[in-house]
Design a protein around this ligand. Sequence first.
Ligand SMILES: [Zn+2]
Length: 81
Amino acid sequence: MLGCRLLGHRFRFSSEGETMRWACERCGFEGGEKRYPTAEQAAGFARAFDREDRDELGRRAPVGLLPLRLLRAARRRRRSS
Ligand SMILES: [Zn+2]
């Protein structure tokens, strides 16, 4: 999907018993899964990651500003290499 290729997958986190899973809500791409010792921990981490991801989305610049973001990312890459 185009949106995923441009912006990366939009992962949503959920838990099923002791397993936390994450998958892209746009295209359904399976990000992965992780097991925790208890179901409570799995649910807690799923909630925390899900919230973090949503916060990040809220800060994301509108699509019109994307070239600027890419420019900044390219600059960062150059400096670090
Ligand atoms: Zn996706």
